[in-house]
Write a protein that binds this ligand. Structure first.
Ligand code: SF4
Ligand code: SF4
Length: 71
């Protein structure tokens, strides 16, 4: 089965991560620290079905922030 893995060093911690609403199984969450400060998104590996949507809608996908791997 495939899973999405986020490279936390490459993620730009966008204020509203573009991947969250696109995930069909709601596997992605993002913690807000302050109004304009957020953490990188977290991917629940138990929910992720490896569809790849998050990797394709990430604003910095050219940096390969999210990779889909076989586990
Ligand atoms: S859109 Fe991409 S770079 Fe921005 S917070 Fe989400 S995963 Fe990180
Ligand atoms: S690969 Fe698909 S199911 Fe997994 S986190 Fe990304 S959008 Fe959600």
């Amino acid at each position: 089965m495939k899973k999405a893995v986020i490279d936390t060093n490459k993620c730009h911690k966008c204020i509203v991560c573009s991947t969250i609403k696109q995930c069909p199984v709601n596997a992605i969450t993002q913690e807000r620290k302050y109004i304009f400060k957020v953490e990188h998104p977290m991917i629940d590996q138990n929910k992720c079905v490896g569809c790849g949507k998050c990797a394709s809608v990430c604003r910095f996908k050219k940096d390969t922030v999210i990779r889909i791997i076989k586990n």
